[in-house]
Design a binder for this molecule. Structure first.
Ligand code: NDP
Length: 328
């Protein structure tokens, strides 16, 4: 059973040296567990935080253990009532080909949609978009919703959900190709390339009525620029701050008093702490994806051994769409 372990904590930017590939025996399962052959591994920005030995909402990834990670796969053996060989499941199988997992930690997947979508638009990133937008953003028809990392797994869903609720959706993404995809494929009203210079002037033109909801994925200078366009009583779901994850360097936010003058509400959230909304979110996301009203894009890289390099790329925008590793 091929696995990838974390063997050292990065000082500064993460490098492939922090990871090691090993071959281990296929695990024995005990009562209540199932054995899963993982088909796809999800690579996600939150993993960068787990590499640090720092106070956060979750414990650090232990050294010399299999890297955590979301997976979809097929049950190959079961000692858990309710799951049997052949069932398709999503869970936290980690960076490995086969995993023994507690049966009650797995969600059995419905037929109809491709397996990989349950790690993206109809999985944790999609649910993140739904929970942040619906429970903190509270968009109303006619309002303007802006989202950063708009070509990504979370951001792409945010804008499409906003459109489905009758809002104007404006994305921010890195590069003309990603911006073209966000408007032409995902149907946003506008998308701004933050690498093209003078973001504020272009944002002003794209948000003539100001901004009612800003769904934050990246933080830093983009946050500092976008909040200048906030309307009174704007809502800001703070989902991510990826611009500083790898370097640790924090951009000084100069315009923060706007939160006061616009009486804006800004709230961070962690998707795994809102289990009460998952069923509603997954139902709507599944329906919208099946109906073609939520579109998504995946970057699928074959081979577990590619995971460290692809993970590093994800932190710096090398991915275009949901980053996955195909394991079989
Ligand atoms: P994405 O698919 O959006 O991939 C990450 C993207 O971040 C890159 O492609 C890149 O896009 C962008 N990026 C990287 N560095 C910068 C930078 N310095 N400035 C601007 N953009 C940058 O990842 P996800 O959709 O999975 O995650 C998006 C965000 O949501 C992350 O911050 C993540 O931590 C957060 N998240 C939070 C959750 C929660 O519970 N709060 C749960 C899941 C995700 P580009 O090429 O456009 O720059």
């Amino acid at each position: 059973n091929r696995q990838i372990l974390l063997v050292s904590r990065p000082q500064g930017a993460v490098s492939e040296d922090s990871f090691r590939i090993v071959d281990a025996a296929v695990p024995e399962i005990s009562d209540g567990q199932v054995l899963v052959r993982n088909h796809y591994l999800s690579l996600d920005p939150y993993m960068r935080g787990r590499l640090n030995d720092a106070k956060s909402y979750a414990d650090p990834q232990p050294l010399d253990e299999v890297m955590i990670g979301g997976t979809v796969g097929e049950v190959i053996d079961s000692k858990f009532d309710g799951l049997e060989a052949g069932d398709r499941v999503v869970g936290m199988g980690g960076w490995q080909l086969v995993s023994a997992q507690a049966g009650n930690s797995l969600r059995k997947l419905p037929p109809g949609l491709p397996l990989s979508v349950f790690l993206g638009a109809v999985g944790m990133p999609g649910v993140t978009a739904w929970i942040g937008l619906m429970t903190i953003g509270e968009p109303k028809a006619g309002e303007t919703v802006v989202v950063s990392s708009a070509a990504g797994a979370v951001g792409g869903v945010v804008g499409q959900l906003a459109k489905a609720r009758g809002c104007r959706a404006v994305g921010i993404a890195g590069g003309p190709e990603k911006c073209r995809y966000v408007t032409e494929e995902l149907g946003f009203d506008a998308c701004l390339d933050y690498k093209a210079g003078d973001l504020y002037a272009r944002l002003k033109a794209a948000t003539p009525d100001g901004i009612d909801v800003y769904f934050e994925n990246v933080g830093g200078e983009i946050f500092d620029t976008v909040i200048r366009r906030l309307n009174p009583f704007a809502r800001i779901p703070v989902c991510g701050w990826i611009s500083s994850y790898d370097s640790g360097a924090l951009y000084p936010i100069r315009n923060l008093p706007i939160i006061l003058t616009m009486r804006a509400r800004m709230q961070g959230f962690i998707v795994s702490e809102h289990l009460e909304h998952w069923a509603d979110a997954l139902r709507e996301l599944g329906e919208l994806v099946a109906a073609g009203r939520i579109k998504y894009r995946e970057r699928i890289t074959e081979g577990l051994e590619k995971a460290p390099a692809e993970f590093i790329g994800l932190l710096h925008g090398a991915n275009f769409g949901k980053q996955l590793i195909k394991l079989i």
